[in-house]
Ligand binder design. Structure first.
Ligand code: GSH
Length: 235
């Protein structure tokens, strides 16, 4: 049996953070199918593995536990697979980076798909997106990257903060190429970190597998279609 089961849609969006951490930790996992995810979501909270609104949901078979909420899942995996710094401040910084990444996903999808992009709203959002890039760059500058460790929080090996940062910006700019120039301009150290993490063998393997399964998709649905339209990318 696999170590974990991941309930997440066939997209490299929120679930990809969980996949990337599991890959980095060398853990095995099975992906639940769409029908299973839909059935779990439709079940009464009393009948769900863990009461939740939307995936990702992760089952750890070794401990027979189930978790929802991407930041909580990553906090658990970070502790279990020793991907968090011992220092309490840097530990909290890791969780801040995860929460920032989740906020960026929320804003990039216009509040988890509640609205779609138009040319006007996308243009209005540009300073805010640049600022998010700057926030990651400055977080890295203050804690590690500029100090020469090469990792987000000055750790000697990639940790949760590095994987999350790389999956956020690396996946987004790979899917939406025009955003890479923006990342290079506003967050050059983060662009470099994303490339270094992306080159790790476990991440190369995950990306190849994900690209084969999900193609060019990122978050899917009308929100992705509108993002492609404002970026003048093929649908
Ligand atoms: N805050 C949750 C957000 C979960 C979420 O929005 N999941 C999306 C996929 S990324 C979903 O399918 N939601 C369905 C729903 O909320 O009805 C997290 O960070 O895990």
């Amino acid at each position: 049996m696999a170590d974990y089961t991941l309930y997440y849609w066939p997209f490299p969006f929120r679930g990809q953070f969980v996949r990337a951490v599991l890959s980095h930790a060398g853990a095995s996992w099975e992906e639940a199918g769409d029908n299973e995810i839909a059935a779990l979501m439709a079940a009464e909270p009393t009948a769900q593995l863990v009461p939740h609104m939307g995936p990702p949901v992760l089952t750890d078979h070794g401990r027979n536990i189930h978790l929802s909420q991407m930041p909580a899942i990553l906090a658990y995996l970070g502790e279990k697979h020793r991907l968090l710094p011992d220092d309490p401040v840097l530990n909290a910084m890791s969780h801040k980076i995860v929460a920032d990444a989740n906020d960026v996903l929320y804003e990039m999808t216009r509040y988890n798909g509640a609205q779609v992009w138009t040319d006007g709203t996308w243009k209005e959002f540009q300073p805010r997106l640049a600022r998010w890039m700057g926030i990651f760059e400055e977080t890295g500058r203050r804690h590690g990257l500029a100090a020469g460790s090469g990792f987000m929080l000055g750790t000697q090996a990639p940790g949760l903060a590095d994987i999350v940062t790389a999956i956020l910006w690396g996946t987004m700019t790979a899917r939406f190429a025009p955003l890479r120039a923006m990342l290079d301009r506003h967050a050059p150290a983060i662009a470099g970190l994303s490339d270094r993490i992306a080159a790790l063998p476990a991440q190369v393997e995950l990306r190849n597998r994900s690209d084969a399964m999900y193609g060019d998709d990122w978050c899917g649905g009308q929100i992705e279609a509108s993002l492609r339209a404002v970026l003048k990318l093929p649908a």
